[in-house]
Design a protein around this ligand. Structure first.
Ligand SMILES: Nc1ncnc2c1ncn2[C@@H]1O[C@H](COP(=O)(O)OP(=O)(O)O)[C@@H](O)[C@H]1O
Ligand SMILES: [Mg+2]
Length: 287
């Protein structure tokens, strides 16, 4: 596996590996006590693509991401990373693979007591052999990518909710991951800042060729970032296609999800127009 300090060539259509699956989930089953969450999930995530995973709240989307990150183990089935079976590997053997992954989870909080630069430097000190000068350069570059140039010496509380989310994204990509896992990356942000995060997800894919898996309820985000959309329902994948194919699907569960989510978005928009932006627009849930 390439080290995290390796420059990665952007995947292009000339790259024979471009559409090979990077992650394969094969007949994945997972229950918690008597609650069956995954009941035979079969799903490949192709290299260089962004796949959006839709599904009702509680359907098991985060559970899927946690299996990919090696934070949960399946009851049965297989998980492959770059063709290597990983679901039964001991914890220490997961480290090289985790170094190639970046995570933006709902609770990936920045450390309040550290500056932004310190927050970003932390994973580099732990996991890379970069010199202090190289670390400073890397931090500067990554902050520019997320449109936060110059905030190195600020503390998280001095940033808006949207800026904090972008700083968390900067931290997630600072080791130049091959695979980014995004769990509800735009949740809690107002529509304009949410669109900013969606733009960044798209830009990262286009500029670095990184593979992305995005769990979201945000249909605008889905339309913007998805090469492919899948929908999880009753423990299985019930739809798989382009955003347009999904929108025109006749499956009642897919229709219900899309219509219901669109209406909820419209309601939220109406309420915000009447009442002003929600507090999260200023304060924001820390990403
Ligand atoms: N570690 C856990 N222990 C027990 N139940 C869990 C655990 N993780 C998730 N669940 C349950 O699995 C279901 C799916 O959860 P989750 O994947 O978080 O849903 P979502 O699709 O909203 O992300 C939920 O009912 C949740 O309560
Ligand atoms: Mg979730």
């Amino acid at each position: 596996m390439p080290s995290e300090d390796h420059e990665r060539e952007p995947a292009s259509r000339h790259d024979p590996g471009a559409h090979r699956p990077l992650i394969e989930l094969i007949d994945l089953h997972k229950s918690f006590g008597s609650q069956r969450v995954l009941e035979g999930v079969n799903l490949n995530f192709r290299q260089g693509q962004t796949t959006v995973v839709l599904g009702q709240s509680g359907s098991g989307k985060s559970v899927i991401l946690k299996h990919i990150a090696g934070l949960l183990r399946p009851d049965s089935g297989e998980i492959r990373y770059d063709s290597l079976r990983i679901d039964h590997l001991p914890e220490r053997d997961l480290t090289p693979m985790r170094k190639e992954m970046g995570f933006l989870f709902q609770l990936s909080a920045l450390f309040d007591s550290m500056t932004i630069a310190e927050n970003l430097e932390f994973p580099l000190i732990e996991h890379s052999r970069l010199s202090p000068e190289e670390r400073r350069e890397r931090i500067k570059d990554v902050l520019a990518v997320v449109d936060l140039a110059g905030v190195e010496l600020k503390h998280p509380a001095q940033l808006s909710g949207g800026q904090q989310r972008r700083a968390a994204l900067a931290r997630a990509i600072i080791q130049r991951p091959r695979l980014m896992l995004y769990d509800e990356p735009t949740t809690g942000l107002d529509p304009i800042r949410a669109a900013g995060i969606s733009d960044l997800i798209m830009k990262l894919k286009n500029e670095t060729g990184m593979t992305g898996i995005v769990v979201t309820h945000d249909l605008a985000c889905m339309r913007k970032v998805a090469d492919r959309v899948v929908m999880l329902h009753d423990g299985r994948i019930i739809a798989d296609g382009t955003p347009d194919e999904l929108a025109s699907s006749e499956d009642p569960h897919v229709q219900h999800f899309i219509t219901g989510t669109a209406e909820a978005e419209l309601d939220r928009f109406r309420n915000e127009s009447l009442l002003g932006p929600p507090p999260s627009a200023h304060r924001g849930a820390r990403a």
